[in-house]
Design a protein around this ligand. Structure first.
Ligand code: ADP
Ligand code: MG
Length: 553
């Protein structure tokens, strides 16, 4: 037997769990059941992929066993299990980004009450067992290992690990529950009634059977306590908001409520159901290279894969949920999905549905829409570059800062509504910050005319403005590039006169500044500044130039 130390972050988290006064301790069971369910999914997939893997998949299930006398509760699955290295790596350390985030927030929130609420908001996984147990034993075996592993800890700084010869396939986690009088209101987790209640509340939709064994010393058969009805297959009128929220937690590992729940049903030649969620908060990895795509693929109620890229375009990578297709084969591969025309059609409909849902939210729940845009707007705008087919639908759900309002944002439709009678274009200016844009001399002439200018400060704005020609028949026009066409015919004639008067001066200046600029022109865009530098219509903007330079190009 070996004694090992927990990694320091893990130790911190454990201390928190042991001393937790968090009132909703029932959540530990949700975590264990959710891990068991994942382990069964993984085993089923592994046996599909690897025909040589010898594992018994004839009766995959989760079993819960309570013992009143010993004060133990055991959650067992016959799923994928863990190798010795995995136990050390997965249970002894904290690798999850969510947990790191949890700890960071915890350090920020000084008061104890605030930190307790955080436990409810985050999934804290396996360690949550230490809220209710003073010792936890885990026995597990991976189908590729002959030997099993026994792990045990009291949640203090160390754990023990040893090989065991006769471990069954899968994992069992036994909680040695804290004494009943350890604190007031500690629920009786040795009661089958209590366990049934918790499973129904948190895990009813789990598709694997969750069997509760009769209490020790009592007769009877194991009882399956979850209904196993897929939420997306039940009529929406029958599903409560809490059930949706619970399911959302299960698929997203996000402990906030979703901002929006979307259901879709397609019948006919290619039948499928979708249950999608828009989170209320962007994940921290939204803009990292390997950010997850979110949507899971099921075939006829059976989990097939996570992060199914073929179902959601990258710019909607934050959408979570499940798509259940009836007419695919269970061993469908990514390659097949990529080529399947039905999948492509399905994806198009999912995208349209997500965008139209946001559009509706915009008018019906403006505050939620504002949250959506704050959290995901930058990602959505990537779609303006990549998804030409839905460009108009994307533009319709976009909001931008503009000179019209110092605080709020405007939609393009609102901008167009406010356009002056003689105004031809939608004017915009990109820059690093609102202040930088607003202080720019480029804005002067437009201000004088009373024209509104969109203030675009996200790096992605630099890109889409070049790709998207127009909205509602009005062309986008940068105020910092080329000739901004602001004059009436009369003004143009006057300008030409002036141009002649100044021809010599301009020619001289152009030569004098040869190294620095391409051309010196008279400008109608300035009212108070004497001069400004403009880019050619096809030049890189200063921000893009900086971006490219930073990337070493
Ligand atoms: P999460 O489930 O969010 O990854 P947990 O703390 O609940 O975090 O679990 C950590 C890891 O331990 C899991 O990702 C999984 O790899 C492994 N694990 C936990 N329980 C089981 C189990 N019953 N069977 C197999 N692996 C498990
Ligand atoms: Mg888990």
């Amino acid at each position: 037997m070996e004694t090992l130390e927990f990694q320091s972050e893990a130790r911190q988290l454990l201390q928190l769990m042991i001393h937790s006064i968090y009132s909703n301790k029932d959540t530990f069971l949700r975590e264990l059941v959710s891990n068991a369910s994942d382990a069964l999914d993984k085993l089923r997939l592994e046996t599909f992929r690897d025909k040589d893997l010898t594992a018994d998949t004839s009766d995959l299930h989760i079993a819960i066993d309570v013992d009143r006398e010993q004060r133990t509760l055991t959650v067992r699955d016959n799923g994928i299990g863990m190798t010795r290295d995995e136990v050390i790596g997965l249970i002894g350390t904290i690798a999850k980004s969510g947990t790191a985030e949890f700890l960071r927030k915890l350090r920020e929130s000084q008061d104890a009450a605030g930190s307790q609420d955080l436990i409810g908001q985050f999934g804290i996984g396996f360690y949550s067992t230490f809220m209710v147990a003073d010792r936890v034993t885990l026995v597990t075996r991976h189908p590729r290992s002959a030997e099993g592993v026994r792990w045990e800890s009291t949640g203090e700084s160390t754990y023990t690990i040893e090989d065991v010869a006769d471990a069954p396939q899968g994992t069992s986690v036994t909680l040695h529950l804290k004494p009943a009088d350890a604190e007031d209101n500690l629920p009786d987790y040795t009661s089958t009634a209590k366990i049934t209640e918790i499973v129904k509340r948190y895990a009813d939709f789990i598709t694997w059977p969750i069997r509760l064994l009769p209490e020790r010393g009592e007769d009877g058969e194991p009882k399956t306590v979850n209904s196993r009805k897929a939420l997306w297959a039940r009529p929406s009128s029958e599903v409560t908001e809490d059930e949706y929220a619970e399911f959302y937690r299960h698929v997203s590992h996000d402990w906030n409520k979703p901002l929006e729940t979307i259901r879709m049903q397609a019948e006919g030649t290619f039948e499928y159901q979708a249950l999608l969620f828009i989170p209320s908060q962007a994940p921290i990895d939204l803009f990292m290279r390997d950010a997850k795509r979110g949507v899971q693929l099921y075939v006829k109620r059976v989990f097939i894969m996570d992060d199914c890229e073929e179902l959601m375009p990258e710019y909607l990578r934050f959408v979570k949920g499940v798509v259940d297709a009836q007419d695919l084969s269970l061993n469908v591969s990514r390659e097949i999905l990529q080529q399947d025309r039905q999948i492509q059609l399905m994806r198009r409909r999912l995208v349209k549905k997500v965008l139209s849902t946001v559009k509706t939210m915009m008018t019906e729940r403006p505050e939620d829409y504002a949250t959506f845009w704050r959290e995901f707007g930058r990602a959505v705008k990537e779609g303006l570059l990549n998804d030409v087919e839905n460009r108009d639908a994307i533009l319709a759900v976009c909001s931008f800062h503009s000179t019209h309002d110092a605080e709020g944002q405007t939609t393009l439709a609102q901008y167009v509504e406010r356009m002056k009678q003689d105004q031809q274009h939608i004017y915009y200016m990109t820059g690093e910050s609102r202040v930088a844009v607003e202080n720019s001399p480029h804005l002067e002439a437009l201000r004088a005319k009373g024209y509104e200018v969109l203030v675009l400060t996200d790096p992605v704005d630099e890109m889409w403005v070049d790709a998207v020609p127009e909205f509602d028949g009005k062309q986008f026009q940068s105020v910092a590039k080329g000739q901004v066409d602001l004059e009436t015919e009369e003004e143009k004639a006057q300008a030409q006169e002036r141009e002649k008067d100044f021809a010599d001066l301009l020619a001289w200046m152009t030569t004098a500044l040869e190294e620095k600029v391409k051309q010196v022109r008279l400008s109608s865009r300035l009212t108070t500044s004497p001069a400004c530098v403009v880019g050619d219509a096809h030049d890189l903007t200063p921000t893009l130039e900086k971006m490219y330079r930073a990337m070493g190009q």
